[in-house]
Design a protein around this ligand. Structure first.
Ligand code: HEM
Length: 731
C-alpha cells in the first residue's frame, strides 16, 4: 500500500464519518434563500403561474417549471421500504477495543488495535411492521451496526435475540410471508398474533427456540438502549498465522437488559408509537449516551464437532457455560442523526461486508443472507447504494465497477478494467492488506440436505425456558396465551400446543391441551435470564421520573427531589392537572411565580415514565386524590411494577389509590423511610433528611431518595406480580 494511503488510514478517528458526512451536509437558515434544484433563485413558491384577470383564478400553466419541479420532486419522495425491519431508528457512535487480546484469533485491526477509534452507525428496528408502525409491539428487534473501519465497512446485522426462526435461508420468504400481515386483508400490523404466523411455526419446529425468546420479555424491550445484541450467525476469525476460529458476536448493554410489561407495551403503542425512537435521541441529548460491551465467543476449528448441537445452526446458541464470553471492546452511541431519510432510511447493511481477519462459516442461514442483502439494497436504493453518504466507507475506494443509475463518482483515467497496460487499479496483495479467503477443505455430495444435528429442535427451547426467573416464565405463558387467543383457527392453536408439549408439559398444559409431554431435562443457564444482566452498580441514569403535583405542593421538596434525581442522571418531569404554571404552597394561584408543569395528566400517561413520585402539600394532595386520572396514574404505575415514592400528604394519595392491605406506608410525622413492594414513603422530609439523603443508590441507605432510586434502578418490582398484588388493582 502506498504511503499516502497509509497516511490517510492513520489519520482516522471517531470523527472520520462525521467529517465525511459534512461534505454533503447543508443547513437551512434565514440567509439560505430558496432556489430551484438547478440553483436559480425562486421569488414565489406559493402561487402556480396562471392566466388570471386578477379577480378570478383561471387555468394553471404547464410552462411553470418552478411549480412543476416542486410537484415532480414531491411525487417521487417515497422509496420502497425495507421488506423486513422497515421501522427503525439510528444513531452514530464509535467503537474501541480494550487491548489487543483478540490477536490470538484475528488479524482484523478493528478488533485488535487499541489505538483506533472506529466510527459506527447503528440502526435498531422492529421486524414485522411497516415503516409507520408502532415501536413497542411484541417483536424481535434488529441491531445492525456499521463499522467504518480503516480497511472498509464491516457490518454486523444482528438482532436482540441470539437465535433465529429458521435454519436455512431458503425458508426466509416463507417465514416472512407467514409473520407479515396476512395476504387477503393485510392484517395485522406490527404483531405476530395471527393464524398464519402460528400456523407456520407450529409446522416448522425448528422455530420453537426463537419463538420462546420472542414470547419472553425480550420481545417487548423497554428501550433499544437496554437490549443485548447478537450477530446470531456463526462467523469466523482468522489470525495472522492463518488459523481459523468460529465466532459469535455479542453486545451487552451497560444499563442492563430491561423490558416493558405487556399491558404497558400495548398502551404505549397507541399513546406514543414513537417511544423507542424518541428514547434513543432523548438519552443521547440528555448526556446519557448508550454504551455496550462487545464480546466474542470463539471455538477453534478443530473443536467444531465437539458439541451436541451443530455450531453452524442459527437456531442454537452456544451456552456460555460451554463457550465463555470474552469482552474485547465497547461501543458508545453519542450522536443522533441530522436528518432521518438520508441517514437512517438510506443506511444499508450487508452481512457479506466483512474486513480482512473476519470471514464466514458454512452456516446455511448466513450463506443465504450474504446473497440477500446486497440484492435487496439494489431494489430499495439502486445499484450505487454504497456511494450514498451514510454508506460510503471512510477509507479509499477504488475499482473498475462503473456506471449504473445515480453514479456519483467521476473516476479519472483511460482504463476501467484489469489487467491494463498502465497497471492502474491493481489488486492489493494479501501481505499488503488485500482480503484473503481462508483455504477451507470441502468435500461432499451435491444435495438438498441439512446436517444431522440440525434435526434436534427442542433442547435449547427447553434450556431457555428453564433458565427464566419465575416472573419471566409467567410472562411467556401469558404472551403465548394472548397470541394464540388471537388465532381463531383451532388447527393452529392445537398444532402449537403440540410443539409446546415438547418443551414443557406444564407450559403446554397451561396454554392448552392436557397430554403428557416430553421429559423436561431440567438444564439451565444463568445467562439466559434478563436478571443476569443487572448493572453491577445500581443506576437511574436516563430513567424518566414523573413528579405529580397540584397547586399547594411543597416547592422546596420538588426542587430538592428534582435536583437530586438529575444529579444521578435521571430525567424528572413535572406532571400536573394543567400544562401551565402550578403554584406551590405559600403562593397565590394565578399570581405567584409558580412552576411550569411539563405535561398534564391527560397529555402523558404513567406508561411513558419509569417511576412516579408525589411530594407533600396538603392542598395538593386533596386535589390529586379527587382527580380520577391521577388515581389511574398511580394504579397503572403500580400495575406496571414501577417504583412509587411519596412524602407527607403525598403518601395519602398512594394509599387512597392503591387500598391494599399488603402495602406498608410511613405515617404521620415520622422521618423514617418505609419501602414495601417498591412503594417508598416517608412522613416528613426535613432539611436534615435532605442532608442525610446522599443519593447513594443501594439497599440499606437511610434517605427516601436513596431508597426510591434503588427501586427505580431495579426497573420493576417483580414481587408485586408474583405475590398477586397486581391482579387486585384495576388499571
Ligand atoms: C440470523 C438471522 C437474521 C438476522 C439477525 C437478521 C437481521 C436483520 C436486520 C437487523 C435487518 C435490518 C437492517 C437495517 O437496520 O437496515 C434486516 C433486514 C433484512 N434482512 Fe435480515 N436477518 C436475518 C435473516 C435474514 C435472512 C435469512 C434473510 C434472507 C435470506 C434476510 C433478509 C433481509 C432483508 C432482505 C432485509 C432488508 C434489508 C434492507 O432493505 O435494508 N434476513 N435483517
Amino acid at each position: 500500500m502506498s504511503s499516502t494511503i497509509k497516511q490517510a488510514f492513520t489519520n482516522m478517528t471517531a470523527n472520520a464519518k462525521v467529517a465525511d458526512l459534512s461534505r454533503d451536509t447543508v443547513e437551512v437558515t434565514k440567509s439560505t434563500g430558496l432556489t430551484t434544484d438547478h440553483g436559480v433563485p425562486v421569488s414565489n413558491t406559493d402561487d402556480w403561474l396562471k392566466v388570471s384577470n386578477g379577480q378570478n383564478a383561471g387555468p394553471s400553466l404547464l410552462e411553470d417549471q418552478i411549480a412543476r419541479e416542486k410537484i415532480h420532486r414531491f411525487d417521487h419522495e417515497r422509496i420502497p421500504e425495507r421488506v423486513v425491519h422497515a421501522r427503525g431508528a439510528g444513531a452514530h457512535g464509535y467503537f474501541k477495543v480494550f487491548d489487543d487480546r483478540a490477536k490470538k484469533y484475528t488479524s482484523a485491526g478493528v478488533l485488535t488495535d487499541p489505538t483506533r477509534t472506529t466510527p459506527t452507525f447503528v440502526r435498531f428496528s422492529t421486524v414485522q411492521g411497516s415503516r409507520g408502525s408502532a415501536d413497542t409491539v411484541r417483536d424481535v428487534r434488529g441491531f445492525a451496526t456499521k463499522f467504518y473501519t480503516d480497511e472498509g465497512n464491516w457490518d454486523i446485522v444482528g438482532n436482540n435475540i441470539p437465535v433465529f426462526f429458521i435454519q436455512d435461508a431458503i425458508k426466509f420468504p416463507d417465514f416472512v410471508h407467514a409473520v407479515k400481515p396476512e395476504p387477503h386483508n393485510e392484517v395485522p400490523q406490527g404483531q405476530s398474533a395471527h393464524n398464519n404466523f402460528w400456523d407456520f411455526v407450529g409446522l416448522q419446529p425448528e422455530a420453537s427456540h426463537m419463538v420462546m425468546w420472542a414470547m419472553s420479555d425480550r420481545g417487548i424491550p423497554r428501550s433499544y438502549r437496554m437490549m443485548q445484541g447478537f450477530g446470531v450467525n456463526t462467523f469466523t476469525l482468522i489470525n495472522a498465522a492463518g488459523e481459523r476460529y468460529f465466532v459469535k458476536f455479542h453486545w451487552i448493554p451497560e444499563l442492563g437488559v430491561h423490558s416493558f410489561v405487556w399491558d404497558e407495551a400495548l398502551k404505549i403503542a397507541g399513546q406514543d408509537p414513537d417511544f423507542h425512537r424518541k428514547d434513543l435521541e432523548e438519552a443521547i441529548t440528555n448526556g446519557a449516551p448508550p454504551k455496550w460491551t462487545f464480546a466474542i465467543q470463539t471455538i477453534a476449528e478443530k473443536d467444531e464437532h465437539n458439541f451436541e448441537f451443530d455450531i453452524l445452526d442459527a437456531t442454537k446458541l452456544w451456552p456460555e457455560e460451554l463457550v465463555p464470553l470474552e469482552p474485547i471492546g465497547e461501543m458508545v452511541l453519542n450522536r443522533p442523526v441530522d436528518e432521518y431519510f438520508p441517514e437512517t432510511e438510506q443506511v444499508a447493511f450487508c452481512t457479506s461486508h466483512v474486513v480482512p481477519g473476519i470471514g464466514f462459516s458454512d452456516d446455511p442461514l448466513l450463506q443465504g443472507r450474504n446473497f440477500s442483502y446486497f440484492d435487496t439494497q439494489i431494489s430499495r436504493l439502486g445499484l450505487n447504494w454504497e456511494q450514498l453518504p451514510i454508506n460510503r466507507p471512510v477509507c479509499p475506494v477504488m475499482n473498475h465497477n462503473r456506471d449504473g443509475q445515480h453514479q456519483m463518482r467521476i473516476t479519472k483515467g483511460p482504463v476501467n478494467y484489469w489487467p491494463n497496460r498502465f497497471q492502474h487499479g491493481p489488486p492489493v496483495a494479501k501481505e499488503q492488506g488485500g482480503y484473503h479467503e481462508f483455504a477451507q477443505r470441502i468435500e461432499g455430495i451435491k444435495q438438498r440436505a441439512r446436517g444431522e444435528k440440525f434435526k434436534e429442535h427442542y433442547n435449547q427451547a427447553q434450556l431457555f425456558y428453564n433458565s427464566l426467573a419465575p416472573h419471566e416464565k409467567a410472562h411467556v405463558l401469558s404472551a403465548m396465551s394472548f397470541e394464540l387467543s388471537h388465532c381463531d383457527d383451532p388447527l393452529v392453536y392445537e398444532s402449537y400446543s403440540r410443539v409446546l408439549n415438547n418443551i414443557d408439559f406444564d407450559l403446554a398444559k397451561n396454554v392448552a391441551t392436557n397430554k403428557p409431554g416430553r421429559l423436561n431435562k431440567g438444564q439451565k443457564s444463568d445467562t439466559l435470564s434478563q436478571a443476569y444482566y443487572a448493572p453491577k452498580t445500581p443506576t437511574i441514569a436516563s430513567r424518566r421520573i414523573a413528579i405529580l403535583i397540584a397547586d399547594g405542593f411543597s416547592g422546596n421538596e420538588v426542587q430538592a427531589v428534582r435536583a437530586a434525581l438529575k444529579s444521578a442522571g435521571a430525567v424528572p418531569f413535572l406532571i400536573g392537572p394543567r400544562r401551565g404554571k402550578i403554584y406551590p404552597a405559600g403562593q397565590t394561584v394565578g399570581a405567584g411565580e409558580g412552576i411550569m408543569a411539563d405535561h398534564h395528566f391527560e397529555g402523558q400517561r404513567s406508561t411513558l415514565f419509569d417511576a412516579l413520585f408525589i411530594p407533600s402539600g396538603r392542598e395538593a394532595a386533596e386535589s390529586l386524590v379527587s382527580n380520577g386520572r391521577c388515581i389511574h396514574w398511580v394504579r397503572e404505575a403500580f400495575g406496571h411494577l414501577k417504583a412509587l415514592g411519596a412524602i407527607g400528604e403525598g403518601v395519602a394519595v398512594l394509599q387512597r389509590a392503591l387500598e391494599l392491605s399488603e402495602l406498608q406506608f410511613s405515617s404521620g410525622d415520622s422521618t423514617d423511610v418505609t419501602s414495601s413492594y417498591g412503594v417508598v414513603t416517608t412522613g416528613k422530609y426535613t432539611a436534615s433528611s435532605m442532608i442525610s439523603d446522599a443519593l447513594k443508590i443501594g439497599p440499606g441507605e437511610k434517605g427516601i431518595l436513596a431508597n426510591f432510586s434503588y427501586e427505580v434502578s431495579k426497573h420493576k418490582c417483580w414481587d408485586r406480580e408474583l405475590d398477586g398484588l397486581v391482579s387486585k388493582v384495576a388499571f
